[in-house]
Design a protein around this ligand. Sequence first.
Ligand code: HAM
Length: 427
Amino acid sequence: MGNIQAPRGTYDVLPDQSAKWQEVERKIKELCNLYQYKEIRTPVFESTELFQRGVGDTTDIVQKEMYTFQDRGDRSLTLRPEGTASVVRSYVEHKLFGQPDQPVKLYYTGPMFRYERPQAGRMRQFVQFGVEAIGSKDPAIDAEVIALAMDVYKACGLKSLRLVINSLGDTESRLAHKQALIEHFAPSIGEFCSDCQTRLEKNPLRILDCKVDREHPLMATAPSMTDYLNEESSAYFEQVKGYLDELDISYVVDPNLVRGLDYYNHTAFEIMSDAQGFGAITTLAGGGRYNGLVEDLGGPESPGIGFAMSIERLLLALEMEKVEIGTGQTLDVYVIAMDAQSKKKAVATVRDLRASGISADMDFSDRKMKAQMKSADRKQASFVIVIGETELESGKAAVKEMATREQQQVPFEQLADTIQKSKSMEE
Ligand code: HAM
């Protein structure tokens, strides 16, 4: 029997990579605070019905990609494939629509699960950061949500970004477009895959999203949503664009941008990376407006908009653009003990340093001084403190600043202060 490995489409974040994750997550939290989005944490699994109703029965996600199982109480549960349905469920369940300040502005980060074919940037378990602003249909909030997504990438140091937007219109516009799509595809639907044949009746918009029939000539000539937007929907889209202009956010309008989830209307957007070296997948983030979803899940009229991005694709983009992130984690002090007696003092010294907010580490394998010194170098300690017989007798430790190679004797009780002072001088 071979060794057990992580399941296909999953991965481990090892210690030499986790600093990047923490740095990205730190920036996200900082920006969400600046924008006043508050964190929401919802369960990793939900009733299967939530996603069937929320994400949509005809979507690839619900049809092919969900991790669905019966629990021991015979309930059908699903590992969440995305966050919006859960957040809206929670908004309704806890009557957040009743709060005086609408929209309620929320963000989340956490693992999502989709049974997809793994490739670069596509995993079966991935981490999404997403935001939802629920309870307003002001086009200014559409622009704010888009600005926040762009700001996250910029704060991380990405430059080759492209924002693509489209309007999917309101219900009336969508119905008109749907009718046009049916008329366009129906005569030749036999030439399409069986999925598309079902889609024709249920949700012809999904045909435009089909991975199998992508090259069919009728795809390129399909009626564009833009031509079916009613006056109100066009006006709304114009206002969103106006606010984006106001925020100096450049964008391209792509009338073929259809998102893979059913709940969208009006504004839809994706952020792509133009960095060299990306594989087939260049979409970093996607989002849009979902007026009607709150009602579909049993709440009062509360229009919403949001987006989600995977941290994996963000890190991939950073790699492609050769941006270093999260490499600033260092060790302040490595404490070296020369013998068993000194080791006791070392243990206490490390504790005292840490209690003063100084990061400290020591040897736990009783190694020779030389080997300990090498560890201190590898860990890039700013200071090394050596404790031996002489130091114990004199009550002073030998403190070496690694950058300058300067050495001084410091009384044990003044160690933390001394290090603290030199640290603040460096900064
Ligand atoms: P989505 O387009 O399905 O939208 O996913 C959003 C983002 O999640 C993608 O752009 C990508 O960064 C990431 N993602 C999706 N699938 C994978 C995967 N298999 N591996 C790695 N990353 C992946 C949603 O999920 C919507 N809930 C977004 C939203 C929020 N719309 C409104 N509010």
